[in-house]
Ligand binder design. Structure first.
Ligand code: SAM
Length: 197
C-alpha cells in the first residue's frame, strides 16, 4: 500500500524530508476536554478517529499524537489507541520528553498564514475542540499560552481561504488533512482547503 507522499514526489522540502525520513508529530491537544458537553465529547472522539484514518493515508499512525488523554476519551475512541501516540500527560510534558522546543500551533486567531517556512517544525498542534455549544471562543490561543509558560516556542499560524478564515472547515480531521495536503502534496493553501470542503 503506497502512502500518498510516495506517489507525489515534488518540491525541495519534500525531497529533503524523504531523505531524512524524519516526520513531524501532528498533535491533537485535549487540554480543553472538560469544556465539552457529553454530545460534544463524542464528536471530538469521532474527529480524532477520522484523523487517525487521514494520518494513515499520508504517513503512519504513530505520527498522530494525542495529549491529555483520559479514561473517558479512551472509552469513546473507537480506533486502536496503541497504533497512535497516546499520551496521558500535558502537551508540554510530551514535547519535553521528545526534545521538541518549538511548535506550530494551528490557530484561527493567528495573524500569519501557515506557509512552507513552517513545514520544518517537529510538531504541529491542533486543538481537540468542537464548537457546537457553549462558548469556547479563543480556546486555541490558550493552548499556545500554556506551552509558552513552560518555555516552548509557539508559532501561531492560521489557515485561510482567499485571505479569510471564513470558508475554512474547522473540523479537527479536516484541518489535519489540509496541512498534510500542503506539506506532502505541495498543494497551495487555497487548493488544499477547497479539496476538503
Ligand atoms: N473555538 C476555538 C477557538 O476559538 O480558538 C476553535 C476550535 S476549532 C473547532 C478546532 C481546532 O481546529 C482549533 O483549535 C485549531 O487548531 C484548528 N482550526 C480550526 N480552524 C482553523 C483555521 N482557520 N486555521 C488554523 N487552525 C484552525
Amino acid at each position: 500500500h503506497l502512502k500518498k507522499f510516495e506517489i507525489v514526489v515534488e518540491g525541495k522540502d519534500l525531497r529533503e524530508r524523504l531523505c531524512q525520513q524524519k516526520w513531524p508529530y501532528f498533535i491533537i491537544d485535549f487540554m480543553h476536554w472538560e469544556k465539552h458537553r457529553e454530545k460534544e465529547k463524542k464528536k471530538v472522539a469521532l474527529q480524532a478517529s477520522q484523523s487517525y484514518g487521514i494520518i494513515r493515508d499520508y504517513l503512519w499512525g504513530d505520527r498522530l499524537a494525542l495529549t491529555w488523554v483520559n479514561e473517558e476519551f479512551k472509552e469513546l475512541a473507537n480506533f486502536p489507541l496503541e497504533k497512535v501516540t497516546a499520551y496521558e500527560g500535558a502537551t508540554w510534558e510530551f514535547l519535553k520528553k521528545e526534545g521538541i522546543e518549538r511548535v506550530v500551533l494551528l490557530d484561527p486567531w493567528a495573524d500569519k498564514d501557515l506557509s512552507e517556512n513552517d513545514f520544518s517544525t517537529e510538531a504541529f498542534i491542533i486543538g481537540g475542540i468542537v464548537d457546537t455549544g457553549g462558548t469556547k471562543k479563543k480556546t486555541t490561543p490558550k493552548i499556545g499560552e500554556e506551552l509558552e509558560k513552560r518555555g516552548i516556542k509557539v508559532l501561531r499560524r492560521k489557515i485561510s481561504l482567499r485571505g479569510d478564515i471564513i470558508g475554512v472547515p474547522d473540523r479537527i480531521n479536516l484541518i489535519l488533512e489540509i496541512v498534510l495536503k500542503m506539506i506532502l502534496e505541495g498543494k497551495p493553501m487555497d487548493d488544499a482547503v477547497l479539496e476538503v470542503q
